[in-house]
Ligand binder design. Structure first.
Ligand code: AR6
Length: 181
């Protein structure tokens, strides 16, 4: 499903983020940036060793921050690695950290003058974030950013399974933008 907010389209789709033909895909990494399982493992496998080689030079990434590397062999030219929060009790700053992952990733997209980006469901796997809450926060943050800043054509959320897709679709349907349609 798809909605537009100002000049930008926001889409949700079920699929594999490593196959996306966008300027940058976002990796749900950890603060070491040295690889892991889940979507992180899939991105490093599909993109090849150039991504890890560049990650090793970056000095890690604080929770809520984001850093960019090459996309290696991926269709996307760049990977934006962000460290999402581990979900504890919902009262440990998780929502601010999760929002910050999205804000920082979009700031990098603008800084590098990229126009299209794909996000996975950050923190919704081993980090245990309740998916409906994560979907609402991700969507609200992205729409707010798109309405405050121009320059981005497309934000696509790529969800790996049907239940996660359904939650992100519901969040996109109900998010309120000031100039959305
Ligand atoms: N494309 C799109 N989404 C995917 C893919 C894929 N190829 N593979 C998995 N997902 P997770 P986290 C979904 O656990 O919770 C890593 O080890 C998955 O179904 O990858 O942020 C890192 O190194 C889920 O919905 O990330 C960190 O240590 C979502 O991606 C830690 O896991 C996120 O699940 C980060 O945990």
């Amino acid at each position: 499903m798809k909605r537009t907010f100002g000049e930008a389209a926001v889409e949700v789709t079920e699929g594999d983020i490593t196959e996306q033909e966008v300027d940058a895909i976002v990796n749900a990494a950890n603060s070491t940036l040295l690889g892991g399982g889940g979507v992180d493992g899939a991105i490093h496998r599909a993109g090849g060793p150039a991504i890890l080689a560049e990650c090793k030079t970056l000095g890690g990434c604080k929770t809520g921050d984001a850093k960019i590397t090459t996309g290696g062999n991926l269709p996307a030219n760049h990977v934006i690695h962000t460290a999402g929060p581990v979900y504890r009790d919902g009262k440990s700053g998780e929502s601010e950290f999760l929002a910050s992952c999205h804000t920082r990733s979009l700031a990098i997209v603008r800084e590098y003058k990229l126009r299209t980006i794909a996000f996975p469901a950050i923190s919704c796997g081993v980090y245990g974030y309740p998916i409906p809450d994560a979907a609402r926060i991700a969507m609200r943050t992205v729409v707010k950013e798109l309405e405050q800043h121009g320059g981005i054509d497309l934000v696509r959320f790529v969800l790996f399974d049907r239940p996660t897709y359904a939650e992100f679709a519901r969040a996109l349907e109900s998010v309120r933008g000031t100039n959305g349609s």
